[in-house]
Design a protein around this ligand. Structure first.
Ligand SMILES: Cc1cc2nc3c(=O)[nH]c(=O)nc-3n(C[C@H](O)[C@H](O)[C@H](O)COP(=O)(O)OP(=O)(O)OC[C@H]3O[C@@H](n4cnc5c(N)ncnc54)[C@H](O)[C@@H]3O)c2cc1C
Length: 316
């Protein structure tokens, strides 16, 4: 246990995914900190480098116009760019990777701070991390995937509505494939939605200008991911690769795979959403995130926006 002077803020956000970062920005709080368990920001809106290849291995894009204020900020900071067009829609992504969108808000994030416990003191919440660091705050906001938030509450002996335990998430197994540099996929091969029952989508990281070398992200369906989640990883990766190659072959295409890796998301998409966009489970202790609206960036942002609007209209 580390013994340090506790950090004290008015607002403490747990989780630096899009909902936590948006909430932090929208609260316009002079005194705010965000605690994130990982080294990287963005949560399920994440980018990973593997050798000469780079992959968005969670969220791939958002439709222009779904959260205008945030988009205006990203444009002003030169963090977003168009990926491709679908009819009249512009599909947008982070410049060089989705994580660029999160980095715009990095200033107040404390990384590698896994929150373990929250305790009520006389007038504040006391939040303790795995490292033993202690943060004091008047208001605390939990934005982790719901089962992870509930785990913190359970560890802390804090009550929450038991029906939240039934909020399940779909898993996602994701194959990250670096291709032979001579095997560029054809123009227009940007994003393939549901190419088969087993594959949720294929995203071209090269046409997105995320990867300097040809690379694709292949996200498997919820059912397939559930069935194979705990199987041997090398075998799972080979099965995903086969599905990708079969898709290419059906289109008369081919690609030599030079690099393959697997990303496992245990909590990828909430399988249903709650009726309200956030919950105040005890005075000044809040739950929010995509499970409270919709399993998408738009849902996560909507949850944060609704809570920030509500708090701005309150006097505490
Ligand atoms: C494979 C995949 C593809 C997707 N594609 C799209 C897409 O193309 N478009 C789209 O709109 N949406 C997409 N989504 C959904 C979208 O990514 C999510 O809905 C959204 O990112 C959720 O944001 P969030 O902030 O609510 O949660 P998260 O992004 O999960 O953020 C929660 C954060 O809390 C942190 N955390 C957890 N526990 C602790 C703890 N104890 N202490 C401290 N920090 C903690 C986590 O590390 C994480 O950073 C996709 C998701 C996946 C998995």
């Amino acid at each position: 246990m580390r013994s340090i002077t506790p950090q004290s803020t008015k607002d403490l956000v747990i989780g630096a995914g899009i909902s936590g970062l948006t909430l932090g920005w929208r609260l316009e709080s002079e005194s705010l900190a965000i605690l994130e368990k990982s080294k990287a920001l963005g949560g399920r809106m994440a980018t990973r480098r593997v050798g000469e290849y780079t992959f968005d291995h969670g969220a791939q894009f958002f439709r222009e116009g779904i959260f205008p204020e945030l988009e205006a900020l990203w444009t002003a900071k030169d963090a977003s760019t168009e990926w491709f067009r679908k009819g009249r829609d512009r599909l947008m992504c982070g410049k060089g990777g989705m994580t660029a969108l999160a980095k715009v808000f990095e200033e107040r994030v404390f990384r590698e701070q896994l929150v373990e416990r929250i305790e009520k003191t006389e007038d504040r919440w006391e939040v303790t991390t795995e490292k033993g660091d202690v943060f004091l705050s008047q208001r605390v906001f939990l934005t982790c995937p719901l089962p992870q938030s509930l785990k913190i509450l359970t560890n802390s002996n804090l009550p929450f509505p038991p029906e939240l335990n039934s909020m399940l998430y779909d898993k996602a197994l994701v194959g990250l494939f670096g291709l032979d540099p001579l095997c560029k996929l054809p123009t227009g091969f940007d994003y393939v939605d549901s190419p088969s029952v087993d594959v949720r989508m294929i995203a071209n990281q090269y046409s997105k200008r995320v990867s300097p070398s040809p690379a694709v992200t292949v996200v498997m369906s919820a059912e397939w991911s559930e069935q194979n989640f705990d199987q041997d990883e090398a075998r799972t990766l080979l099965m995903i690769q086969k599905q990708f190659e079969e898709h290419l072959a059906a289109k008369g295409l081919g690609a030599r795979i030079q690099n393959a890796s697997l990303k496992k998301w245990r909590y990828a998409f909430p399988s249903k959403s709650t009726a309200c966009p956030y919950l105040e489970i005890m005075p000044r202790l809040f739950l929010l995130g995509d499970a409270f609206a919709h399993g998408s960036l738009a849902g996560a942002v909507a949850s944060a926006k609704a809570l920030a609007a509500q708090l701005r209209s309150r006097l505490d």
